[in-house]
Design a protein around this ligand. Structure first.
Ligand SMILES: [Zn+2]
Length: 326
């Protein structure tokens, strides 16, 4: 008996032998319709105008007309859905331009629904619409929970009235999903889908987005409503409550540092699960590639890890990249 018999019977390398074998053995694949493209629509920009976002190379803020054009171009490349963020020209203490039927997001939804077949999702929050930049109404520098729910629900309703397929509350107030569900149902929008930012962490990876959307809070931080990055079990409680309140899709934000959260929420609840590949995750990879430290392949590997963790949907500024390569 030679040495050969003692060698393990199992050789994992058999299934990696050629590109064809690797292809048929691949467990996780990315599809174009896994992607949701986040877009910033700015009211102050004139027709035909775009504004590059310095902290997010390659990404822009769009005027209404350019947002519609961009949506059409991406749809032709195979895009299925977009998530709209509004940047209004007017702000006040309670964020009333968020639920203005003639607001920037409402107009963008209307026009994009008219001119494309995209699934249109909207971010529902007040921070871009309030002078203080917090996600709810404030009193004595405290963000009030219950008092904020009415305005959040009105915002969601105004998006549904404009034609949004999905409303996505990102504020992290307690009870917002229930308030929004009730408001929608009361107004015969029972088929409007709610994608809740169920586990949204107070993350430093949002900082390029703040430059993009100009919504950094004028005092304090968001730690009294967004989650502590150290907590995983709490994310399950947040998700469970959102399901009980009527959420259709759960979201985890950010994605990359929170793959364990995506995995446990998907496994625990078996709900459609989205993950937000946030601005900081985008910009650090772009910067790495720009500096020559990383290659473009790192984009694919990163996004694949989010899908592999359990995300069905991925909100990412890399969406146009994937529409080109998939
Ligand atoms: Zn907010």
């Amino acid at each position: 008996m030679g040495d050969k018999m003692e060698f393990p019977i199992n050789r994992m390398r058999r299934l990696r032998k050629s590109p064809q074998i690797r292809n048929i053995m691949r467990e996780t694949t990315l599809r174009k319709d896994n992607f949701i493209y986040p877009m910033f629509v700015k009211e102050d920009l004139k027709k035909g105008q775009i504004e590059p976002i310095k902290t997010m190379p390659g990404e822009n803020r769009y005027s209404l007309s350019c947002a519609v054009e961009k949506a059409k171009i991406l749809e032709e490349k195979g895009l299925s859905s977009i998530l709209l963020f509004g940047m209004p020209s007017k702000k006040d203490d309670c964020g009333s331009s968020a639920f203005d039927p003639d607001g920037i997001v409402q107009r963008a939804v209307k026009q994009i629904k008219e001119e494309t077949d995209l699934v249109v999702m909207t971010d529902v929050c007040l921070c871009q619409y309030t002078t203080h930049g917090h996600c709810g109404i404030i009193n004595n520098e405290r963000v009030l929970n219950d008092e904020s729910l009415e305005n959040l629900a009105r915002t969601a309703l105004s998006h549904a009235e404009a034609g949004a397929d999905v409303v996505a509350p990102s504020d992290m107030m307690d009870g917002r999903v229930e308030s929004i569900r009730k408001m929608l149902d009361l107004n015969e929008y029972e088929d409007t889908i709610i994608m809740s930012y169920a586990a949204k962490y107070a993350s430093s990876f949002y900082s390029p987005f703040r430059e993009a959307a100009c919504c950094a809070p004028s005092f304090g931080d968001r730690k009294t409503y967004q989650m502590d990055p150290a907590n995983a079990k709490e994310a399950l409680r947040e998700a469970e409550l959102d399901i009980m309140e009527g959420a259709d899709i759960l979201m985890v934000k950010p994605a990359l540092g929170y793959l364990d959260i995506i995995k446990s929420i998907k496994e625990e609840f078996k709900m459609p699960t989205a993950a937000y590949n946030v601005s900081g995750e985008y910009s650090m990879i772009k910067a790495g590639i720009e500096a020559g430290y990383l290659t473009e392949d790192s984009i694919f590997e990163t996004i694949l890890s989010i899908k592999r963790a359990g995300a069905d949907l991925i909100i990412s500024n890399f969406t146009p990249y994937f529409l080109n390569i998939l």
